[in-house]
Design a binder for this molecule. Structure first.
Ligand SMILES: *Cc1c(COP(=O)(O)O)cnc(C)c1O
Length: 393
């Protein structure tokens, strides 16, 4: 028997649940591509993305997924042969570095752990050793969606400053922007990027890049530029140029609704909601872990991401849990990827999520653990409820 019919929940780390209001906003005819509607829509989104990234720099919107955003960020500031330092803490910074290598950068990976955040002291030491300042950019992710770690962006900025290193500081916020504090200007991020389908609750297909004055100066010298991604052409006043062609109109209508929802709730309130729902998830997993078959991938509690929780499984096939949750309960969880392939499943608590979404997801996982006789400490959902009941007061 299945009890999956009814509204299904996406509890995987992207794409995430799209609010009805966002879906409805896309249900309209296309418009002439340089009509006032599209010009105003584009201008309002470019302006509001500055609020979301917390920057007074330039913002850009691309018809692309997160990988496109990575490429956009790189091509605009790098030249062939530039040395790039990638701070590993799971899968995603490495993926960004692979893209840089493909494009002709000389990529060095600063080794990291799959179970812990990037170590600022190691970054500082590596940069101090680069006395000739060969390294032109440092690439990192705020949240690694594969390992579930949250890196300390200001601490890494501090490491660059302590080493007196002029490299561009480039941060991937795909799994964190709209989920936790992201302070581009205050933290001295030179290039930030994100995408539509995670914390920003919109259909996959839009990538966002933000650049400060230092990044725009590097852009002038960069020789990896290609026309589609080019910032200079997109800073043109013509709407057509801002998108290098026809705007992805329906995605923009959807994004407009999503950003309206975020700004109405308040960015700080959105971050707080994520932190509470992550706390509830962590409370449940802590209880389940007493059975010795499940454990947090990230060992240090303060380094666990507020948007996604990867859980290692021992002696059990993780697909038993994810298949049950999907087929019997109607909840789509994520599986482990990269080094965690076959060893983990992931619970996302990212974007359009609230107490019932997350408690329902945790309930489905606990049902799966019981039904499949996976050893676990009982009362994970109780612990999540108790945590939230206390925390919302
Ligand atoms: C999902 C994700 C990406 C890639 O986004 P796509 O839209 O799948 O290309 C990049 N970085 C992080 C941190 C992500 O979570």
């Amino acid at each position: 028997m299945s009890v999956a019919n009814g509204r299904r929940i996406l509890a995987m780390p992207g794409p995430t649940n799209i609010p009805d209001r966002v879906l409805q906003a896309m249900m309209r005819p296309a418009e002439e591509l340089s009509s006032k509607t599209i010009v105003d829509l584009t201008d309002s989104l470019l302006a509001d993305l500055k609020q979301v990234f917390r920057t007074t720099g330039e913002t850009f919107i691309y018809a692309a997924n997160g990988h496109g955003g990575w490429e956009a960020a790189l091509t605009n500031v790098l030249s062939r042969g530039d040395k790039v330092l990638v701070l590993a803490s799971g899968r995603f910074a490495i993926g960004w570095g692979e893209m840089a290598a493909f494009m002709g950068a000389d990529v060095e990976i600063l080794a990291g752990s799959w179970r812990a955040a990037v170590d600022p002291a190691a970054v500082e030491a590596r940069l101090r050793a680069d006395t000739g300042h060969a390294i032109k950019a440092v690439l990192m992710v705020q949240i690694d969606t594969a390992s579930g770690v949250v890196n300390d962006v200001p601490a890494i900025r501090h490491a660059l400053d302590a080493a007196g290193h002029p490299a561009l500081f480039m941060v991937d916020g795909v799994a964190s922007v709209g989920c936790m504090p992201f302070e581009m200007d205050e933290w001295g991020i030179d290039v930030a990027m994100s995408a539509s389908q995670k914390g920003l609750m919109t259909s996959p297909g839009l990538a966002f890049v933000a650049a400060n004055a230092k990044a725009l100066a590097a852009h002038k010298r960069a020789d990896m530029k290609t026309l589609y991604w080019d910032w200079s052409s997109r800073m043109n006043t013509l709407a057509y140029m801002k998108h290098c062609g026809t705007a992805p109109e329906h995605l923009l209508f959807g994004l407009r609704a999503a950003i309206d929802m975020i700004l109405t709730e308040g960015l700080e309130a959105v971050w707080k909601r994520h932190s509470l729902l992550a706390g509830a998830t962590h409370a449940a997993v802590t209880r389940w872990a007493e059975g010795q078959a499940l454990t947090f991938n990230i060992t240090e509690p303060l380094q666990r991401a507020p948007s996604v929780t990867p859980i290692l499984v021992q002696g059990v096939d993780a697909t038993l849990i994810t298949d049950f949750a999907r087929d019997i309960c109607g909840v789509q969880l994520g599986l482990g990827i990269g080094d965690l392939t076959g060893k983990a499943f992931r619970i996302a608590h990212m974007g359009h999520v609230n107490a019932p979404t997350v408690l329902g997801t945790l309930g489905a996982v606990e049902m799966a653990l019981q039904a499949k006789s996976v050893p676990h400490g009982s009362g994970g959902v109780d612990a999540a409820v108790a945590y939230l009941a206390g925390a919302v007061q």
